[in-house]
Write a protein that binds this ligand. Structure first.
Ligand SMILES: [Zn+2]
Length: 277
């Protein structure tokens, strides 16, 4: 893990390493700097795990490119190491790792800003105090309530397009979140937004259909459309769109442009054409 508590605040060893390396320090100089400034805290068990609060040791590797990290003396009672391994495996296999690494730092800042009046606790998914089979990017906990949100930012929604493996992964991920008592919120990287203003149509990959949601506003739209669009108007609507629309099922999907701090929510009616959405 790259972070630990030190004196009641979070110390991110990788962030600090990167700052020092940007100052043109060599790997051995960086390592020496950590030894001189922080080894004594590690020896005094002052670094503690964000998940279980037990002491963790500072580990510094001399090899260029290897991360610095904290490790438990005994990890048997902590879910964090295994959750971290599950998360890292998923990110390196199914996500755009470098994009995700950079953007999640900003994403967290945005979340903190947006939710600052709600007194919520925002933590990385892998620090959750229970072993999880799917690890969200962030978990949000609310005071005086059992409500927990699982927040995900998806960077490579086209993974496994031919085999459908990523779509199946997302389907199971969302089902598992719900079984574990999480309310899932998904954000897709803005680069995947495909919408034509001329026709008012967009294309959703099967994987994207699993990260759409249905909220109160969507229900209101369904009621409105059912009331207003029927008979000949409905016939015209389905024929003109060449669709197989049988019922109104308004849904929405959120795209996020992290660097510009913009979120676009598309509300749409799914219509299938030649088996595609
Ligand atoms: Zn721990």
């Amino acid at each position: 893990m790259d972070s630990a508590y030190l004196h009641n605040s979070v110390f991110n060893i990788e962030l600090k390493r990167r700052v020092l390396e940007q100052q043109k320090l060599t790997r051995s100089e960086v390592k020496r700097w950590f030894e001189e400034n922080y080894r004594v805290f590690s020896k005094k068990s002052a670094f503690t795990c964000l998940c279980c609060n037990k002491p963790v040791n500072m580990n510094l590797t001399i090899e260029e490119g290897s991360p610095f990290y904290f490790r438990h003396n005994d990890e048997s009672e902590c879910s964090s190491p295994e959750n971290t391994r599950t998360y890292d495996r998923y990110v390196s296999k199914l996500e755009d790792k470098s994009k995700k690494d950079i953007h999640l730092t900003i994403f967290r800042e945005i979340l903190e800003g947006e939710l600052k009046h709600y007194d919520v606790e925002i933590e990385r998914g892998f620090h959750y105090k229970k072993k999880l089979s799917f690890i969200p990017d962030f978990i949000i906990k609310f005071p005086h309530s059992d409500e927990r949100w699982a927040i995900d930012y998806f960077t490579a929604i086209d993974q496994g397009l031919i085999s459908g493996s990523y779509a199946r992964h997302l389907s199971t991920r969302m089902k598992t979140y719900k079984e574990e008592g999480f309310k899932p919120f998904s954000f897709v990287d803005y680069s995947w937004l495909s919408f034509l203003e001329e026709t008012n149509k967009g294309t959703l990959l099967t994987a994207e259909t699993y990260v759409t949601s249905k909220t109160h506003e969507d229900d209101l739209w369904d009621k409105f459309l059912e009331k207003k669009v029927h008979g000949e108007l409905l016939n015209f609507f389905t024929k003109a769109k060449g669709s197989t629309l049988k019922e109104f099922n308004t849904r929405n999907i959120a795209y996020v442009d992290v660097l510009n701090r913009l979120c676009t929510i598309f509300r749409f009616l799914p219509i299938s054409q030649h088996g595609r959405l």
